[in-house]
Ligand binder design. Structure first.
Ligand SMILES: [Zn+2]
Length: 396
């Protein structure tokens, strides 16, 4: 009898343990990121441009999916961090073998070629990460989630031209933060991706000689094809047609001024999806991207010019261009940061969005449709670029 009771108690204990494990497992399932340019968001957002982005992530990154809200999954990044991801960016993967814990291992940094440094962080799995820029002094910060540090070895070779120092902190039980200090004030951009289980950060060098004519400049005419954009309040002119006119005026001026490497995202009235523009630009690898749009507001009194950036490291050129735009008697609508516009999101290259003026305001609209004004705007953008280059030259 005693033996039988002991046996029964044993069974109950075992089944409770199994049940507890079961319920822990049932709290989430595992999947991997997939698709074209997957990205994480802080929340659902209610903005026309979508929820505030945490940043792009590579494909095949392992995620714990804990919840589903509307078209988004909620993923557990670490004990205290969650994020939102569009459902189309996650594929369920039952073959993922989950470790009890994950580690960061050795770090290697060296120049890979004449134009970039590579920082390579070894991990035991493709784990979620977030990265951002800081200024004064300039740094790139990377947070890796669900991981403990086993990094006892950070090799920095003398070939490095942009990376000044690398160090890390285990900032939470399961979050490791890497800090990459840069040598120059201006951020020139970086690309972050996985190569097997190594998180790679390709950081662009500052050009040895900074001259505007030597830079590769991409001009993006907003909208196009079926994506018409805003409409003129009086004449009903279409934004897509006029962004192209401004873009071509700028292209001609830059070529005339000796900038030989000018790239256009489009030269005709074609539909060009935002993600495809980003992928095309990542391939083309410009030093700077200038995206041209025309603004619109429900309030027809609002007018003026504005520039936009997302990453603080890319702000300076958006300020010099805005200052020059203000010289041609346009009202100031402002210099806007943390902006959620698609082409402001990449960290790969310096980028700025210029909303030249408002199509929804009669005075602005009249100027937009004037060929002379289109040429004048090109001149002001060129002057803004020149000011920015001069600032860089004086900083060294
Ligand atoms: Zn637009």
């Amino acid at each position: 009898m005693k033996l039988f009771i002991a046996f029964l108690i044993g069974l109950i204990v075992i089944s409770n343990v199994l049940h507890a494990q079961d319920s822990l497992r049932a709290n989430y399932w595992l999947g991997k990121s997939t698709g074209k340019l997957p990205s994480l968001a802080y929340g659902l957002g209610d903005d026309r441009l979508g929820g505030a982005k945490m940043g792009y992530i590579d494909t095949n990154v392992v995620f714990k999916i804990i919840d589903s809200v509307q078209n988004m999954y909620v993923v557990q990044l670490s004990k205290f961090h969650t994020a939102f991801i569009d459902k189309s960016y996650i594929k369920k993967d039952s073959s993922i073998h989950e470790n009890l814990f994950y580690l960061t291992n050795s770090v290697n940094a060296s120049a890979t070629d004449s134009s970039s440094d590579m920082v390579s962080i070894s991990l035991s799995e493709k784990l979620p990460y977030k990265s951002w820029m800081e200024i004064n002094p300039s740094k790139i910060i990377i947070e890796i989630y669900g991981v403990q540090s086993n990094t006892n070895w950070i090799t920095q070779l003398s070939s490095l031209r942009e990376v000044k120092n690398i160090y890390y902190n285990q900032i939470e039980d399961d979050v490791v933060q890497f800090v990459i200090e840069l040598k120059h004030t201006q951020h020139w951009g970086y690309h972050i991706f996985y190569d097997n289980n190594k998180l790679e950060l390709k950081i662009k060098h500052q050009p040895q000689k900074i001259e505007l004519s030597k830079l590769k400049i991409a001009i993006d005419a907003g909208h196009g094809g079926t994506n018409v954009g805003a409409e003129g309040i009086k004449t009903k002119i279409e934004e897509k047609e006029y962004t192209l006119k401004f873009a071509k005026a700028l292209q001609q001026l830059l070529l005339k001024k000796g900038v030989s490497k000018v790239i256009m995202t489009r030269t005709t009235d074609t539909s060009f999806d935002m993600k495809d523009r980003i992928l095309m630009l990542q391939q083309a690898n410009p030093d700077i991207v200038i995206s041209l749009h025309l603004n619109s507001s429900g309030n027809t009194q609002i007018k003026g010019t504005s520039t936009y950036y997302k990453h603080i490291g890319f702000r300076p050129v958006s300020q010099t261009i805005l200052n020059r735009m203000l010289e041609i008697k346009l009202d100031e609508f402002g210099n806007v940061g943390s902006f959620n516009f698609g082409l402001n999101a990449p960290t790969d290259f310096i980028n700025v969005l210029l909303e030249i003026a408002f199509l929804s305001n009669e005075q602005d609209e009249k100027r937009i449709s004037d060929t002379k004004f289109q040429k004048l705007v090109a001149i002001q953008i060129y002057k803004g670029l020149t000011d920015w280059v001069q600032q860089l030259q004086s900083k060294k």
